[in-house]
Write a protein that binds this ligand. Sequence first.
Ligand code: HXC
Length: 481
Amino acid sequence: MTDTQAPVQRPDARGRIDTLADDGSFVEFGSQARHHVTAFGLADKRPDGDGVVTGTVTVDGRPVALFAQDPTALGGSLGEVHAQKIAMVQDKASRGRIPVVGLLDSGGARIQEGVAALDGYAHIFHRNVRSSGRVPQISVVLGPCAGGAVYSPALTDVVIMARDRAHMFVTGPKVVKAVTFEDVSLADLGGADVHSTTSGVAHLVADDAEGALELTRRVLSYLPSSAWEEPPLAAPVPPEAMPEIPTDHRQPYDVRDVIRGIVDGGSMLELSEAFARNIVTSFARMDGRPVGVVANQPSVLAGCLDIAASEKAARFVRLCDAFGLPLVVLVDVPGFLPGTGQESAGIIRKGAKLLYAFSEATVPRATVILRKAYGGAYIVMNSRNIGADAVYSWPGAEVAVMGAEGAVDVLYRRPIAEDPASRPEYLAKYKAEALRPDLPNEILSVDETIDPGDTRRVLLGTLNAVRGSLEPGFRHDNLPQ
Ligand code: HXC
C-alpha cells in the first residue's frame, strides 16, 4: 500500500454502534444467539450473534433500542434467529417507550433458510406498524437493502442513507435485466441520490456511515422518546436576520431564508430536501423547543402544490403530529399544479392526503401567509377552518379563489372577447375588489397582519398559548404516504 492509498474500511457493526452511542452505554443481548440450520452447509457457518448486533444504548443521555446488521457475518443476511433478535429490540422499545434505530447492511433474506427467513421479515414489519406513531423509528441504511427487506425502512419514520455503500431496491439489477432487458447500475437503480431526489424514499443522505450516524443523533434530538413524552429541550438561540422578500409575486426567493429568520439559529434539519423541492419540510427549534416547519418554496415550480409535494408534506405533518411537535406553516402558493399529468396521476386523491393530515392534526399549529394563498391550496395549507390555531399574513398578502389573470377570463369572458383592450381594466377591478389585502382579516380568515420582523415573536406567543392542548399520548400512526 502506498502512502496515498486509504486502508479498505470493513463495515464494523459494533464500531457503528459506538459511533452513535454515548460512551460506554451499550448493553448487548443475544451475542451468542446462533441458527441451527444444517442445510446447504450452514452447520459450519454459525457466527455468534447470527449476523446482527442488538441491544440498548443511550444517545445524548436518552435510552434507544437498536440493532446493527453485520455484513461480515453471513453477509448480514436475515434468518430466523437474526429476525427474532430484531423483533426483540422492537419489543423492548415498544414496552419501554423508547426509539428504535436500525443500522441496515444486509444481503437480505438468508437464502438457505427459505420461507423461515421471509417469515422473519414479516415479524419485523408487523412490529414496525404496531409501533408506528408510538415510538420514533429510524432506519439508517449503510449497505445493501434488497428485496422486500426495504419495506421495514419504508414503514419507519425517517430513512437515512449513506451514499458510499447504501442501496435499496425491491428487485436488483440482474432481475431487472432478466425481466425488462434494462441495463441499470446499482447506484442508478437504488443509490442514495435516486432515493433522495426522485423516489423520495430517503429523507436524509450522508456521504458515509459516520455522517449518517451523526444525522441519526440530530434526528433523535427533535423527537420525544415516545408519543407519551414531550420532545427534548435545547438552549434557545436567536434567529438569523429576517430577509426582505420580493413584492412582485412572480419573483422567486428561497423560503428557507424566511424560516431561518424565524427559528433558532442553526436549528433547521430539512427532511427530503432534494425531493419535491416545491415544498420545504424541516425540523427546527423555537426558543429551544422542537417544531415542524412546512413552507411553500416559490423558487421551485413557483411553490405550486403537486402530488409529490402533497405526499411529502402529508407524511411530515403526520410525523410531527404523532410526536407532539407544533407546526409552523409558511404559505406562498399560487395553487395546485394544473395539467393532465397531475390530474391523471391522481392529484385529487393524493392532494387530499395533505388536507387530511392538517385537518387531523391536534398539535399547536400556526400559519403565516407571506405573499399569496389561492384556491384549494389556501385551504389545504393549514387554513383557519381546517383547524389552525392562528393565521397571520404579511402586509400586502393576497388570499383569493384565484389570481387576477385566471379570474377575469372566467368572470368577464364575454366583454373581454368583444373588446380585448378592456382586459387591463377588468384586471384592475378584480385586484381592487377581490384581492384587497384586508378582506380576509374582515372575516377572520386571517387573525392579524403582522410585520415580518415580528413573525417569530407572534408565532412563539401563539404556540405557547395553546401548548396546553398538547396532551402526551398516542394520537395516530404514521402511515407511509
Ligand atoms: C445467504 C448471503 C446472502 C443471502 C450474502 N450472503 N447475501 N447468504 N443469503 N441473502 C453471503 C454470501 O454468500 C457470502 O458468504 C457472504 O454473505 C458475503 O457476501 P458477498 O457476496 O461475498 O459480499 P459482497 O461482495 O460484499 O456482496 C454483498 C451483496 C451480495 C451485494 C449483499 O452478497 C448479494 O447480492 N447478495 C444477495 C442479495 C439478494 O438478492 N438477496 C435476496 C433479496 S430478496 P461466504 O460464505 O462466501 O462468505 C429478499 C427478500 C426479502 O431479501 C423479503 C422480505 C419480505
